[in-house]
Design a protein around this ligand. Structure first.
Ligand code: GLA
Length: 439
């Protein structure tokens, strides 16, 4: 069970170090029962771009030079992120996923980038990304191999953390393939967190720890939050409506467990935004954007920013929707109701405002109307005694004032969503804690 790194330390000394380190690293985060990884990062959900869903493990640069995993791809995407408004609305991290590595470590045991596909190495790529005012993410794996079969970090956590820090990396996505036991999985995720911290560099730590634990037993989310800035819970996202639906279904079915633990510094990660690709209709893209905002999800796009429609770009760059995702109260939303193939989700925001998303899940017929009494929203307080409601998606328009006793009627396309923002108009101030009883 002990790794090579831990062997020279006696168990007592090791425990002592861990305890001292925990006191330095972990401080209460203000959420009941949940302490966060105190690296000062991800105070709002991470925003950026990640190559996996769109570009996968394409290493054939001979035949597909524009879509293979190479420094050229990341240089081009970084350039566009900086020049095409992406950085301005908050997309900051450009992240490499699997398949960047050479098949072997170097003579000193360090990971190295594939020399043909990354001739300048990761250091030079990081310098370029930083020169554009952006940050660089990289990928590694807690086990013996990455999911695509490249070298894993098991037994090399300190060396790899230091290598990434030396290169100027700003985020690590740490996968969980090829790990031989659940103990190694948990210890590995913790050790990498501590190793990253020891480098002294600010590196966002993106985990898949719970995803790999669920088949064996229910993850301890309080513990996961102590070590990770965000964590994947559920299967990989695909460019399809079925995949979006499965992700939403999993999230709402498990919301009692996962929603309370999310907050500044630590977020549930329902995986990448696939808006701007091939599989989702306009309405389905709206649903993904709206619900990822409600879920306080990291917004990591996986698409080709060099070829994206103006509609997809406008949706991904919608400042009002991004403002909901990035709301500083940092509370994840939840599904409030499911009836007649509609779902109502809501999320508390700063200053007693609320975001509400109504999804029409019916895949037959045309637009359907849904009427909701505003008393049922925001735990009865969103419109007490009245509120101003603005529709953000699919159209941007003020719907006007609603009194506590009034109803709101919406019309929603099949597989589409109406996203609303509710602001209290009253000067009566309730303290948030008085209404934020647990789910
Ligand atoms: C796993 C992860 C994906 C991606 C691939 C890469 O499936 O869940 O997000 O990183 O590995 O091989």
């Amino acid at each position: 069970m002990m790794t090579a790194m831990m062997k020279p330390l006696s168990r007592v000394l090791w425990l002592g170090c861990v305890l001292v380190f925990c006191f330095q690293v972990l401080v209460p985060c203000g959420l009941p029962g949940a302490c966060g990884l105190d690296n000062g990062l991800a105070m709002t959900p991470t925003m950026g771009w990640l190559h996996w869903e769109r570009f996968m493990c394409n290493v054939n640069c001979q035949e597909e030079p524009d879509s293979c995993i190479s420094e050229k791809l990341f240089l081009q995407i970084a350039e566009i992120m900086a020049s095409d408004g992406w950085k301005d609305v908050g997309y900051e991290y450009i992240c490499i996923d699997d398949c960047w590595m050479a098949p072997e470590r170097d003579s000193k045991g360090r990971l190295q980038a594939d020399p043909k596909r990354f001739p300048g190495g990761i250091r030079r790529l990081a310098n370029y990304v930083h020169s554009k005012g952006l940050k660089l993410g990289i990928y590694a794996d807690v086990g013996n191999k990455t999911c695509a079969g490249f070298p894993g970090s098991f037994g090399y956590y300190d060396i790899d953390a230091q290598t990434f820090a030396d290169w100027g990396v700003d985020l690590l996505k740490f996968d969980g393939c090829y790990c031989d036991s659940i103990q190694h999985l948990a210890e590995g995720y913790k050790q990498m967190s501590l190793a990253l911290n020891r480098t002294g560099r600010s590196i966002v730590y993106s985990c898949e720890w719970p995803l790999y634990m669920w088949p064996i037993f229910k993850p301890n989310y309080t513990e996961i939050r102590e070590y990770c800035n965000h964590w994947r819970n559920f299967a990989d996202i695909y460019d399809s409506w079925q995949s979006i639906r499965n992700t939403l279904d999993w999230t709402s079915s498990n919301q009692k467990i996962i929603v309370p633990v999310a907050g500044p510094g630590g977020w549930n990660d329902p995986d990448m935004l696939v808006i701007g690709n091939f599989g989702l209709s306009r309405d389905q893209q709206i649903t993904q954007m709206a619900l990822w905002a409600i879920m306080a999800a990291p917004l990591l796009m996986s698409n080709d920013l060099r070829h994206i429609s103006p509609e997809a770009k406008a949706l991904l760059q919608d400042k009002d929707v991004i403002a909901i995702n990035q709301d500083r109260l940092g509370r994840q939303g939840y599904r409030l109701r499911k009836e007649n193939n509609f779902e109502v989700w809501e999320r508390p925001l700063l200053n007693l405002a609320w975001a509400v998303a109504i999804v029409n899940l019916q895949e037959i017929g045309g637009p359907r109307s849904y009427t909701i009494s505003v008393t049922s929203l925001g735990r009865g307080l969103a419109c007490n005694p009245d509120c101003l409601i603005t529709e953000l998606l699919p159209e941007k328009r003020k719907l006007g004032f609603y009194e506590w006793t009034s109803s709101l009627k919406t019309q929603i396309n099949p597989t589409g969503t109406v996203l609303l923002r509710l602001e209290r108009t009253s000067s009566v101030q309730f303290s948030y804690s008085a209404v934020s009883d647990s789910l």
